[in-house]
Design a binder for this molecule. Structure first.
Ligand SMILES: Cc1cc2nc3c(=O)[nH]c(=O)nc-3n(C[C@H](O)[C@H](O)[C@H](O)COP(=O)(O)OP(=O)(O)OC[C@H]3O[C@@H](n4cnc5c(N)ncnc54)[C@H](O)[C@@H]3O)c2cc1C
Length: 492
């Protein structure tokens, strides 16, 4: 069985790893991976500058989704896995130019504790009363999908959308709460609403269940950190994967220009240095490109499938890393960083104090800030120069954190801007139904699998899970003993 993998981001690399492991174990399978860029890893990219690990793309993965940590352990990186510094976890929402901590007891978007919710300056009195009344919300009769904003507004009012849902989701998804699908992004909340009516009551019941489970769990099983990272950065995972892959089978600078079906399987046409004008035939094909790129490649194979894929929206983002000498800046508020709601009218979406979120990745005496810009509403920023972006981030950080914390004259020791055009899929209203149509079309295209962040979870663990599963299915390999799927909805 010869399998082509198109796209060398984490999803494609995970598929290649699975096939290579099977090949070395004696399975009758070979594979070739085609990546259009000169480097593998896609959105995963980090580097170490002056001893500080700087992440240009993802910085970590959700611990509750095991696929990424499992793969790291299989690659011998178990000792490099580090937990987020949750003891210092505190996140602020910029509210009328002030930093307001997320109130205690907030379970994702749902306030579950009366006193912190009543006291927070995040919401007006009217919203607080509405939040208290939410306990009486009736169950929603089964209906179709709706946006995250619509769901949150029905329960907690508009201010909860602007001050909570929007910044949290643009921080995670680079997305827009008015467009994201409640059914896909807030699956558990939609289920809770159907069962309890009130999301607060649903969350409290879930919390009680979790506490009971933790009490009955064996000693030492609880207290997992929310995020897991690699000591040397996400590039460590890419490097370890690439080192395991037969160099003759991974081709970089090899953009695939077209695909066609053959009586036996699939033909891929390669352009660029990696095989200009050549075509190769395979029994099966894993498309691990973004959905918009898969759509272009599949137009001549199945126009209806291509249309569905082209309809999956993507957002772009910009990350900015700034390294400061702590002696040149003032003291920062405690915690991991802050989120900026769109209603604040700023360019920044969020800023992480990276030296606090993961310990041991920044030399003593240095501070690393990781700012995010862009998202669905600000594609225009991609065309802005590095100088303007850096000046904007430094000015907004000064305005938000205060002149004493970030003095105008304090120059960063290192600054880096990275653009990620159309990198993050958006699960828009109707995504679940779109995926049902996609799967129906795929059923008629033997030997084709689509993997990546556009389909069943946008996080690194989701992409790994899909990539490995597609490889196993096509090569007829058995399911591993441990489950790679964790309960819960999509997310990173
Ligand atoms: C800034 C940023 C921060 C993030 N933070 C987190 C985080 O903290 N935690 C987390 O879990 N997730 C995070 N994510 C999401 C996660 O990183 C991505 O969803 C995931 O890495 C996507 O992997 P992928 O393999 O699906 O796609 P990609 O990484 O986009 O890879 C697709 C590859 O396909 C190649 N390609 C495209 N067309 C062709 C063609 N015609 N021929 C050959 N090759 C082609 C591309 O060059 C690319 O290398 C973040 C994403 C971004 C952008």
């Amino acid at each position: 069985m010869r399998i082509a993998i198109v796209g060398g981001g984490i999803a494609g690399l995970a598929a290649a790893y699975e096939l290579e492991t099977a090949r070395l174990a004696g399975a009758a399978v070979t594979w070739t991976l085609f990546e259009e860029r000169a480097r593998l890893g896609g959105s995963l990219a980090s580097q170490t500058v002056g001893g500080a690990v700087l992440e240009r793309g993802p910085d970590s993965f959700l611990t509750e989704k095991p696929a990424a940590a499992e793969l790291c352990r299989a690659l011998g990186l178990g000792d490099a896995l580090i937990p987020s510094n949750d003891a210092a976890r505190k996140t602020y929402i910029v509210t009328r130019n002030r930093l307001v901590p997320l109130p205690d007891g907030l379970m994702f978007l749902v306030p579950t504790r009366l006193v912190p919710t009543a006291l927070t300056p995040l919401f007006s009195l009217r919203t607080k009363l509405r939040m208290a009344m939410e306990l009486l919300h009736p169950p929603r009769p089964a209906g179709g999908d709706e946006s995250v904003a619509a769901l949150v507004e029905r329960h907690f009012g508009r201010e909860a959308v602007d001050r909570l849902a929007d910044p949290l989701l643009s921080g995670i998804y680079g997305g827009d709460a008015t467009e994201l699908s409640a059914q896909t992004v807030l699956t558990r909340m939609v289920e809770m609403e159907a069962q309890y009516g009130s999301l607060t009551r649903g969350m409290l019941a879930a919390h009680r269940k979790m506490r009971a489970m933790a009490k009955n769990a064996p000693q030492g099983a609880g207290g997992r950190a929310i995020f897991t990272a690699l000591r040397g950065g996400m590039q460590q995972l890419v490097d370890a994967l690439v080192a395991r892959l037969d160099p003759a089978s991974r081709r970089t600078s090899a953009p695939i220009a077209a695909l066609a079906r053959t009586p036996q399987g699939w033909r891929v046409e390669i352009t660029g240095d990696g095989g200009a004008g050549a075509a190769e035939e395979f029994d099966a094909l894993i498309l691990a490109t973004p959905a918009w790129a898969a759509a272009q490649l599949l137009t001549r194979v199945d126009a209806a499938l291509a249309d569905e894929l082209a309809g999956i929206p993507y957002s772009s983002s910009i990350t900015v890393n700034l390294v400061y000498d702590e002696a040149r800046i003032g003291s920062l508020p405690e915690g991991f960083g802050f989120l900026v709601p769109a209603v604040e009218g700023r360019s920044m979406l969020a800023c992480t104090f990276a030296h606090r979120k993961f310990l041991g990745r920044t030399p003593p005496g240095k501070a690393v800030f990781r700012a995010f810009l862009g998202g669905m509403k600000r594609d225009d920023l991609l065309a802005t120069s590095d100088e303007t972006i850096l000046a904007t981030v430094r000015r907004e950080m000064r305005e938000i954190l205060g002149e004493r914390a970030i003095p105008a004259e304090a120059e960063p020791e290192f600054a880096q801007v990275t653009r990620w055009p159309r990198a993050m899929a958006q699960y828009a209203v109707g995504h679940k139904q779109r995926m049902e149509r996609v799967h129906a079309r795929l059923a008629a295209l033997a030997g084709l699998r689509l993997v990546g962040n556009a389909y069943d979870g946008i996080g690194v663990p989701d992409c790994i899970r899909l990539g490995r599963r597609a490889a196993r299915e096509l090569a007829g390999l058995p399911e591993p003993a441990t489950s790679q799927r964790c309960p819960g909805s999509a997310g990173n």
